[in-house]
Each structure stands twice: as C-alpha cells, then as structure tokens.
Ligand binder design. Sequence first.
Ligand code: DGY
Length: 319
Amino acid sequence: MKKRILITRRLPEAAEARARRDYEVVQNADDHQMSSEEILAEAPNVDAILVTITDKMRKDVIDKLPDNIKAISTFSVGFDHIDLEAAKARGISVGFAPHGVTIATAEIAMLLILGSARRAGEGEAMIRNRQWPGWAPLQLVGQRLDGKKLGIYGFGKIAQALAQRARGFDMEIHYFDIVRQPPEKEQGAIFHDSLDSLLAVSQFFSINAPLTPETRGFFNKDVIEKLPQGAVVVNSARGDLINDEDTIAALKSGRLSYAGLDVFVGEPKINEGYYDLPNTFLLPHLGSAAIEARNQMGFEALDNLDATFAGKEMPFKLA
Ligand code: DGY
C-alpha cells in the first residue's frame, strides 16, 4: 500500500507527478500558505510531510505532530524554518534539498551584483513609468565590475558557483568562511581569516552564509563601517542576516552605494524603508526560481522520503 504524504505547496509538474506515482498525496490544491493549524489538522492522515520555507516548523508545531509522522523533508537548501532539535527529540527524520538550488541561486547573486552595479532596476522603472527622456551622457551611470574586489561571506557551494561566474566578469574574488576551502574549490579566491579582513577589501560584498543564531542580523552598522566607502552589498541567502534599519540608513547616507536584495526580513512584508530607496535592486526571493532547480529540489526532497520508507538513511539528512 502506498504511503501517504502531505505536500504543503504546489510543486513543479515533474516533482508532483513523481510524488503521485509513488505516494498517496494530500495536496494543497490552491497553493495558499498553510497555517500551522492546517498542517497539524492534516498530519494524522499522512506518514510524512514535504514542506517548504514558508512552513514554520517550530518546536511548538513539531511537538504537536502525531506519532504517525515519520519524516519531514523540505523543498529547500535552507532549514532555518525547522527546529531540528525538536524533530530529533520526537524521532522524526528531517531532510533537505541541498544541490538543486546551487547554480540558480548563484545566477541570482550575480544578477544582484550586475543589477546594482549597472542600476538595472532604476532603468527598467524609468521605461515602465514612461519617464525616459532619451539617452544622456550622465543618465543612470553605474560602474563596471572588472577589476573590482568581490568579498564573499560564506564559501559553500552557492558562493563557489557565484565566484566562478564573477571570475567571468574579471572580478577579484575574496572570501571568509570558518573553514578554508582546498585550492580546487578556491580556484584562486583569496581567503581571509576574519570577517573584518574581508570587509576591508570588499567593494562588492555578497552575503552567502546560512542563517544561524550567530549570523542573524550580523550585517549591521558596525559591519557596514568596516566596508570601503560606497560599497555595494548583495544578499541572496536569508533576509534575517541583515539589520534593515542600519542598512537603509547607510544607503540613505551613501555609506553604501547600492544594495541588491533577493531576501528580506519578514518577507513578503518587507521593511517600508526599501520601497522608495532608489539605490536598491530588489527581487522577490527568486534565488532558486529556475525550472531546473525547482525540479531537482522536488526530487531531492522526495529522495529523502523514499529512503525513509525503504528503511534507509535519508540521502540529504539533517536530523
Ligand atoms: C532555499 O532553498 O532555502 C531557498 O531560499 C528557496 O529555494
């Protein structure tokens, strides 16, 4: 008999088709953001839950899950929305989807860098608002990327893929992470043994670290002060890594020349201060929004459930 799984959001057709082939699927047909109460109401009817980053699997939710729930698998590389300790304590396996997002998210980080350097959002708005007066030598003048120093905070797979792309634009790559990567992964990127040292050289600063209690809100006034005057910051990781008030103040004063942001604290209700700031290039959390990525994320999330029900260890296990 097929196991039953709850899939909390609509997924790409290929992933849904595979899920329906192998499981009895309880689906969120209209793709609304399910509340914790709704998830808990469905939980007694299923053996596992495939969640996404919009499902906050906090301790209070996990503690209320019935014993029939064997596994939670998330359609994401990030897992800050799941309390792993609580799941462990309940004996619920948790898995994630670590590989599918890599190239797609690196592309969006590169787009944030380009969009910020070349003021792409301002240009598009000018046309869409029917305000383009015609070409002018001083219109929306940005800066080139070649020869500029790109400092990357966190040097995991997405950051390495970003570095590879940025090298194609002749940027000089610097990074800081708690562990130094081997030369084949650095590919010439210059390692810094402290965040301060990285900040000091970062004309462009890309945030690629996971959200943890240590990194939450790290990008604040003190950190901004250590960047070169007029640096550009881009964030394709998690909004909560940034202190919005400090970042907005620095963008207003010119201490930061530009910010390219794909992720936000409290998204989709982002800090009001961003809406009217011209020196921002803003995207609605599109990092993994490429069909190749989203298919693979679905397959990786399903691989975890398949392994669980085959009595094996999840291939992408978190807890
Ligand atoms: C992730 O995978 O964590 C992204 O934020 C959504 O794809």
